[in-house]
Design a protein around this ligand. Structure first.
Ligand code: ACM
Length: 270
């Protein structure tokens, strides 16, 4: 299958402009699965909840999903994109999977980063999406910090970790390589670039979008300066080989009964 990322510089609050630019870049590619950054349509640094309320969209009827549906169909693309989602009376930092045929699934970010906790509701489940070509394990940005997420997605059958991001800490891209190695899966991180300034708040996004192989190979990647669309051919079945050596199997070598502190919150007393 062909899979890649669209690394973007979004402008806060300019949804139409951000979506139009993404669509015009996506016009250059066809027959592929492409991952876009977290919150690519709205920008990231909400000053207050009111801004989130006014920019969040419902899925599938909102502007962003409707526009991307057209380009997905026209160019035979499956897209994964980050969006501020309004669902009932709640607001989620979500990743939408939209197939070329119009199938839609949504993952709501579980591990909220910093000020996101002020405005967003946390998602309550981890998600693997079965597509005709591969099983996609969904993460959004800071979900990378919990290795349990990628492991559980792998145990649920994920072959590719799909990772819309607005990475600001310098370790996320390297950590995603480790997530791929320790789980024997592919990974696609689609990050932002540029600095967002909102009054006294500002953040710089670190680019470095990448497609990683199951042994940590860097299959294709972007720098931190420019918008970038890159797609690479992968053999997704490589993610089904969990043998690191002839006697070591990533999943079968585990001793889950030793890992019971994982099911409690906080640090174990012993
Ligand atoms: C992040 O989770 N957007 C850093």
């Amino acid at each position: 299958m062909r899979i890649g990322f669209l690394q973007l510089r979004s402008k806060f609050g300019e949804t139409k402009q951000n979506v139009k630019k993404a669509v015009s870049l996506l016009n250059r590619v066809s027959d592929a699965t492409v991952v876009l950054p977290e919150l690519f349509n709205t920008g990231y640094l909400f000053k207050n909840r009111q801004e989130l309320v006014s920019l969040a969209e419902r899925v599938p009827e909102g502007y962003t999903t409707s526009e991307l549906k057209k380009i997905a169909k026209k160019k035979n693309l499956n897209l994964v994109f980050g969006i501020a989602q309004k669902s009932g009376k709640k607001f989620y930092n979500s990743a939408v999977y939209l197939s070329s045929k119009g199938k839609i699934e949504v993952y709501q970010k579980v591990h909220l980063f910093d000020r996101e906790k002020l405005f967003f509701n946390a998602g309550k489940s981890l998600k693997v999406i079965s597509t005709p070509e591969a099983k996609l394990g969904m993460l959004i940005c800071f979900d990378w910090i919990m290795p349990e997420v990628s492991r559980v997605l792998t145990l649920k059958g994920a072959q590719i970790l799909v990772h819309p991001a607005n990475l600001v800490l310098p370790w996320g891209q390297a950590a995603m390589k480790t997530r791929c190695v320790e789980n024997g899966v592919f990974g696609v991180t689609a990050n932002r670039i540029g600095t967002e300034r909102r009054g006294t708040l500002n953040l710089t996004f670190t680019g470095g979008s990448q497609v990683i192989g199951p042994r940590g190979e860097s299959l294709v990647f972007a720098g931190d300066r420019s918008e970038s669309l890159k797609v690479v051919e992968i053999n997704v079945e490589e993610a089904d080989n969990k043998n690191i050596t002839s006697t070591n199997h990533i999943l079968n070598d585990r001793f889950p009964t030793l890992y019971t502190p994982l099911i409690r919150k906080g640090r174990s007393k012993k």
